[in-house]
Design a binder for this molecule. Structure first.
Ligand code: AMP
Length: 280
Protein backbone atom coordinates (compact mmCIF):
# COMPACT_ATOMS: atom_id res chain seq x y z
CA UNK A 1 0.00 0.00 0.00
CA UNK A 2 1.20 3.51 -0.83
CA UNK A 3 0.95 5.80 2.17
CA UNK A 4 0.70 9.59 1.72
CA UNK A 5 0.55 12.40 4.24
CA UNK A 6 0.87 15.24 1.71
CA UNK A 7 -1.87 16.08 -0.77
CA UNK A 8 0.50 17.14 -3.58
CA UNK A 9 2.30 13.78 -3.54
CA UNK A 10 -1.01 11.90 -3.45
CA UNK A 11 -2.39 13.93 -6.36
CA UNK A 12 0.72 13.30 -8.43
CA UNK A 13 0.45 9.56 -7.78
CA UNK A 14 -3.27 9.45 -8.65
CA UNK A 15 -2.86 11.60 -11.77
CA UNK A 16 -0.56 8.96 -13.26
CA UNK A 17 -3.01 6.18 -12.49
CA UNK A 18 -5.91 8.16 -13.95
CA UNK A 19 -3.93 8.89 -17.09
CA UNK A 20 -3.64 5.11 -17.49
CA UNK A 21 -7.44 4.85 -17.25
CA UNK A 22 -7.83 3.69 -13.64
CA UNK A 23 -11.23 4.05 -11.97
CA UNK A 24 -10.55 5.57 -8.55
CA UNK A 25 -12.78 4.58 -5.64
CA UNK A 26 -12.60 6.37 -2.31
CA UNK A 27 -13.46 5.50 1.29
CA UNK A 28 -13.07 8.44 3.70
CA UNK A 29 -12.78 7.52 7.41
CA UNK A 30 -11.77 8.87 10.79
CA UNK A 31 -9.67 5.75 11.41
CA UNK A 32 -9.84 3.26 14.31
CA UNK A 33 -10.83 0.88 11.57
CA UNK A 34 -13.16 -2.06 12.11
CA UNK A 35 -14.82 -4.59 9.85
CA UNK A 36 -17.45 -2.00 8.85
CA UNK A 37 -14.76 0.23 7.32
CA UNK A 38 -13.00 -2.74 5.75
CA UNK A 39 -16.25 -3.89 4.14
CA UNK A 40 -16.40 -0.50 2.40
CA UNK A 41 -12.85 -1.04 1.08
CA UNK A 42 -13.84 -4.50 -0.17
CA UNK A 43 -16.94 -3.15 -1.91
CA UNK A 44 -14.80 -0.37 -3.41
CA UNK A 45 -12.48 -3.02 -4.85
CA UNK A 46 -15.44 -4.46 -6.79
CA UNK A 47 -16.26 -1.09 -8.35
CA UNK A 48 -12.89 0.24 -9.52
CA UNK A 49 -9.17 -0.39 -10.02
CA UNK A 50 -7.57 1.74 -7.32
CA UNK A 51 -8.99 2.12 -3.79
CA UNK A 52 -7.99 5.18 -1.80
CA UNK A 53 -8.79 5.23 1.93
CA UNK A 54 -8.34 8.40 3.96
CA UNK A 55 -7.82 8.47 7.71
CA UNK A 56 -8.29 11.94 9.11
CA UNK A 57 -9.84 12.86 12.45
CA UNK A 58 -11.50 16.03 11.19
CA UNK A 59 -11.68 18.61 13.99
CA UNK A 60 -14.40 20.73 12.33
CA UNK A 61 -17.04 18.00 12.59
CA UNK A 62 -16.70 17.50 16.36
CA UNK A 63 -18.97 19.64 18.50
CA UNK A 64 -17.48 18.39 21.72
CA UNK A 65 -13.72 19.02 22.22
CA UNK A 66 -13.58 16.08 24.68
CA UNK A 67 -15.01 13.75 22.05
CA UNK A 68 -12.33 14.92 19.60
CA UNK A 69 -9.58 14.51 22.17
CA UNK A 70 -10.54 10.98 23.13
CA UNK A 71 -11.25 9.78 19.58
CA UNK A 72 -9.09 6.65 19.12
CA UNK A 73 -6.12 6.97 16.73
CA UNK A 74 -4.46 3.53 16.41
CA UNK A 75 -2.74 4.37 13.11
CA UNK A 76 -0.30 1.43 13.13
CA UNK A 77 -3.09 -1.11 13.55
CA UNK A 78 -5.13 0.72 10.92
CA UNK A 79 -2.29 0.45 8.40
CA UNK A 80 -1.98 -3.29 9.09
CA UNK A 81 -5.72 -3.78 8.57
CA UNK A 82 -5.66 -1.84 5.30
CA UNK A 83 -2.71 -3.89 4.09
CA UNK A 84 -4.52 -7.11 4.99
CA UNK A 85 -7.43 -6.19 2.71
CA UNK A 86 -5.07 -4.97 -0.05
CA UNK A 87 -6.10 -1.33 0.02
CA UNK A 88 -4.03 0.47 -2.65
CA UNK A 89 -3.55 3.94 -1.21
CA UNK A 90 -3.81 5.54 2.23
CA UNK A 91 -4.07 9.30 2.69
CA UNK A 92 -3.32 10.22 6.31
CA UNK A 93 -2.75 13.98 6.47
CA UNK A 94 -2.35 16.06 9.59
CA UNK A 95 -4.62 18.99 10.40
CA UNK A 96 -2.26 21.65 8.97
CA UNK A 97 -2.15 19.82 5.63
CA UNK A 98 -5.95 20.02 5.41
CA UNK A 99 -6.73 23.43 6.91
CA UNK A 100 -5.34 26.93 6.79
CA UNK A 101 -6.04 28.90 9.96
CA UNK A 102 -9.42 30.68 10.18
CA UNK A 103 -10.98 28.96 7.21
CA UNK A 104 -14.67 29.64 6.69
CA UNK A 105 -17.21 27.20 5.23
CA UNK A 106 -20.94 27.19 4.86
CA UNK A 107 -23.01 25.03 2.56
CA UNK A 108 -26.78 25.17 2.34
CA UNK A 109 -27.89 21.61 3.01
CA UNK A 110 -31.51 22.57 3.57
CA UNK A 111 -33.62 20.94 6.24
CA UNK A 112 -31.17 18.09 6.84
CA UNK A 113 -29.09 20.61 8.78
CA UNK A 114 -31.62 20.86 11.62
CA UNK A 115 -33.20 17.38 11.71
CA UNK A 116 -32.24 14.40 13.91
CA UNK A 117 -28.41 14.36 14.12
CA UNK A 118 -28.34 17.95 12.88
CA UNK A 119 -30.49 19.07 15.80
CA UNK A 120 -28.33 17.31 18.40
CA UNK A 121 -24.96 18.11 16.81
CA UNK A 122 -25.16 21.69 15.54
CA UNK A 123 -22.52 22.46 12.87
CA UNK A 124 -21.56 18.76 12.59
CA UNK A 125 -22.67 18.48 8.97
CA UNK A 126 -20.97 21.73 8.05
CA UNK A 127 -17.73 20.15 9.27
CA UNK A 128 -18.49 16.90 7.43
CA UNK A 129 -19.24 18.61 4.12
CA UNK A 130 -16.23 20.88 4.54
CA UNK A 131 -13.81 17.98 4.88
CA UNK A 132 -15.46 15.69 2.34
CA UNK A 133 -15.45 18.54 -0.22
CA UNK A 134 -11.72 19.02 0.40
CA UNK A 135 -11.05 15.29 0.18
CA UNK A 136 -13.06 14.94 -3.04
CA UNK A 137 -11.06 17.82 -4.53
CA UNK A 138 -7.78 16.17 -3.61
CA UNK A 139 -8.61 12.56 -4.57
CA UNK A 140 -11.04 13.32 -7.42
CA UNK A 141 -12.63 9.89 -7.09
CA UNK A 142 -14.97 8.40 -9.67
CA UNK A 143 -16.91 6.65 -6.90
CA UNK A 144 -17.03 7.32 -3.14
CA UNK A 145 -18.44 4.81 -0.67
CA UNK A 146 -20.13 5.61 2.63
CA UNK A 147 -21.87 3.47 5.23
CA UNK A 148 -25.60 3.28 5.83
CA UNK A 149 -24.58 3.43 9.51
CA UNK A 150 -24.37 7.22 9.07
CA UNK A 151 -27.59 7.41 7.08
CA UNK A 152 -28.15 11.14 7.42
CA UNK A 153 -24.52 11.81 6.55
CA UNK A 154 -25.06 10.00 3.25
CA UNK A 155 -28.07 12.20 2.44
CA UNK A 156 -26.11 15.32 3.34
CA UNK A 157 -23.16 14.35 1.14
CA UNK A 158 -25.50 13.45 -1.73
CA UNK A 159 -27.10 16.88 -1.31
CA UNK A 160 -23.64 18.51 -1.51
CA UNK A 161 -22.75 16.50 -4.63
CA UNK A 162 -26.03 17.51 -6.29
CA UNK A 163 -25.84 21.18 -5.25
CA UNK A 164 -22.23 21.66 -6.30
CA UNK A 165 -22.54 19.26 -9.26
CA UNK A 166 -19.48 17.32 -8.16
CA UNK A 167 -18.43 14.63 -10.66
CA UNK A 168 -18.55 11.69 -8.26
CA UNK A 169 -20.96 8.80 -7.79
CA UNK A 170 -21.91 7.93 -4.21
CA UNK A 171 -22.57 4.38 -3.06
CA UNK A 172 -24.22 3.47 0.26
CA UNK A 173 -22.95 0.24 1.88
CA UNK A 174 -24.81 -1.92 4.43
CA UNK A 175 -24.20 -1.73 8.19
CA UNK A 176 -21.76 -4.34 9.53
CA UNK A 177 -22.74 -5.62 12.98
CA UNK A 178 -21.15 -7.58 15.81
CA UNK A 179 -22.52 -11.15 16.11
CA UNK A 180 -24.95 -9.96 18.82
CA UNK A 181 -26.32 -7.17 16.61
CA UNK A 182 -24.46 -4.10 17.87
CA UNK A 183 -23.55 -1.88 14.91
CA UNK A 184 -19.77 -1.69 14.64
CA UNK A 185 -18.40 1.73 15.57
CA UNK A 186 -15.00 3.14 16.47
CA UNK A 187 -16.68 4.50 19.59
CA UNK A 188 -17.72 1.05 20.88
CA UNK A 189 -14.32 0.64 22.59
CA UNK A 190 -15.43 3.30 25.07
CA UNK A 191 -18.37 1.14 26.24
CA UNK A 192 -17.83 -0.42 29.67
CA UNK A 193 -18.87 -4.11 29.83
CA UNK A 194 -22.29 -3.35 31.37
CA UNK A 195 -22.90 -0.55 28.82
CA UNK A 196 -21.93 -2.92 26.03
CA UNK A 197 -24.86 -5.13 27.09
CA UNK A 198 -27.27 -2.21 27.50
CA UNK A 199 -26.27 -0.92 24.05
CA UNK A 200 -27.92 -3.96 22.47
CA UNK A 201 -31.31 -2.35 23.07
CA UNK A 202 -30.67 -0.15 20.01
CA UNK A 203 -30.32 -2.95 17.46
CA UNK A 204 -32.90 -5.13 19.25
CA UNK A 205 -35.49 -2.36 19.07
CA UNK A 206 -34.76 -1.68 15.40
CA UNK A 207 -35.04 -5.38 14.64
CA UNK A 208 -38.34 -5.66 16.44
CA UNK A 209 -39.73 -2.67 14.55
CA UNK A 210 -38.58 -4.18 11.26
CA UNK A 211 -40.19 -7.53 12.00
CA UNK A 212 -43.56 -6.14 13.04
CA UNK A 213 -43.57 -3.18 10.69
CA UNK A 214 -46.96 -1.99 9.57
CA UNK A 215 -47.16 1.48 8.00
CA UNK A 216 -50.61 1.98 9.54
CA UNK A 217 -49.14 1.75 13.06
CA UNK A 218 -46.22 4.15 12.83
CA UNK A 219 -47.21 6.29 15.83
CA UNK A 220 -47.76 3.26 18.06
CA UNK A 221 -44.53 1.55 16.96
CA UNK A 222 -42.60 4.75 17.63
CA UNK A 223 -44.08 5.01 21.12
CA UNK A 224 -43.25 1.37 21.91
CA UNK A 225 -39.68 1.80 20.67
CA UNK A 226 -39.14 4.98 22.66
CA UNK A 227 -40.46 3.28 25.80
CA UNK A 228 -38.26 0.19 25.32
CA UNK A 229 -35.12 2.28 24.88
CA UNK A 230 -35.92 4.67 27.71
CA UNK A 231 -36.56 1.74 30.08
CA UNK A 232 -33.12 0.26 29.46
CA UNK A 233 -30.76 1.14 32.34
CA UNK A 234 -27.81 3.35 31.43
CA UNK A 235 -29.35 4.39 28.11
CA UNK A 236 -30.44 7.96 27.44
CA UNK A 237 -32.46 8.30 24.25
CA UNK A 238 -31.72 11.33 22.06
CA UNK A 239 -34.24 10.48 19.34
CA UNK A 240 -36.05 7.62 17.72
CA UNK A 241 -37.75 8.41 14.42
CA UNK A 242 -39.55 6.46 11.75
CA UNK A 243 -38.72 8.73 8.86
CA UNK A 244 -39.01 9.26 5.15
CA UNK A 245 -35.66 7.92 3.93
CA UNK A 246 -35.24 10.82 1.47
CA UNK A 247 -36.21 13.82 3.61
CA UNK A 248 -35.95 12.44 7.19
CA UNK A 249 -39.32 13.98 7.98
CA UNK A 250 -41.64 11.68 9.95
CA UNK A 251 -43.01 8.95 7.68
CA UNK A 252 -46.68 8.19 7.11
CA UNK A 253 -48.50 5.21 5.62
CA UNK A 254 -47.94 6.50 2.07
CA UNK A 255 -44.19 7.04 2.38
CA UNK A 256 -42.30 4.99 -0.23
CA UNK A 257 -38.94 4.85 1.50
CA UNK A 258 -39.00 4.41 5.29
CA UNK A 259 -36.09 4.24 7.73
CA UNK A 260 -36.05 3.95 11.52
CA UNK A 261 -33.20 5.91 13.10
CA UNK A 262 -31.96 5.99 16.69
CA UNK A 263 -29.41 7.98 18.62
CA UNK A 264 -28.76 7.35 22.30
CA UNK A 265 -26.12 7.87 24.91
CA UNK A 266 -25.06 4.58 26.47
CA UNK A 267 -22.99 5.32 29.56
CA UNK A 268 -20.83 8.17 28.27
CA UNK A 269 -20.81 7.04 24.65
CA UNK A 270 -23.16 8.37 22.00
CA UNK A 271 -24.29 5.70 19.54
CA UNK A 272 -26.40 5.80 16.39
CA UNK A 273 -28.07 3.03 14.42
CA UNK A 274 -30.80 2.61 11.82
CA UNK A 275 -32.70 0.11 9.73
CA UNK A 276 -34.47 0.42 6.40
CA UNK A 277 -38.13 -0.60 6.83
CA UNK A 278 -39.53 0.03 3.36
CA UNK A 279 -37.44 0.62 0.27
CA UNK A 280 -38.85 2.05 -2.95
P1 AMP B 1 -16.11 6.92 10.38
O1 AMP B 1 -14.68 6.56 10.47
O2 AMP B 1 -16.90 6.59 11.58
O3 AMP B 1 -16.34 8.33 9.88
O4 AMP B 1 -16.72 5.99 9.24
C1 AMP B 1 -16.17 5.98 7.95
C2 AMP B 1 -17.15 5.33 7.02
O5 AMP B 1 -17.42 4.00 7.47
C3 AMP B 1 -18.50 6.06 6.98
O6 AMP B 1 -18.98 6.07 5.65
C4 AMP B 1 -19.35 5.22 7.88
O7 AMP B 1 -20.73 5.29 7.58
C5 AMP B 1 -18.81 3.82 7.60
N1 AMP B 1 -19.13 2.92 8.70
C6 AMP B 1 -18.94 3.15 10.03
N2 AMP B 1 -19.39 2.10 10.75
C7 AMP B 1 -19.86 1.20 9.87
C8 AMP B 1 -20.48 -0.08 9.98
N3 AMP B 1 -20.70 -0.64 11.17
N4 AMP B 1 -20.84 -0.73 8.86
C9 AMP B 1 -20.64 -0.16 7.64
N5 AMP B 1 -20.07 1.04 7.46
C10 AMP B 1 -19.69 1.72 8.55
Amino acid sequence: MENFTKKAALQQHLAKLKADGAVITFVPTLGALHQGHLSLIQQAQQLGNVVVCSIFVNPTQFNDPKDLEKYPRPIRDDIKKLEQVNCDVLFNPDVTEMYASNEKWHLDIGELEGLLEGKFRPSHYQGVTQVVYKLFNIVKPDIALFGQKDYQQFLVIQKMVDTLKLPVELVMCPIVREPDGLAMSSRNIHLLPADRQHALILSKTLNKIKQGFNPDNIAQLKQQAEAAISNEPGVELAYFEIADGDTLHPANRNTKNIVALIAAKVGKTRLIDNVVLVSP
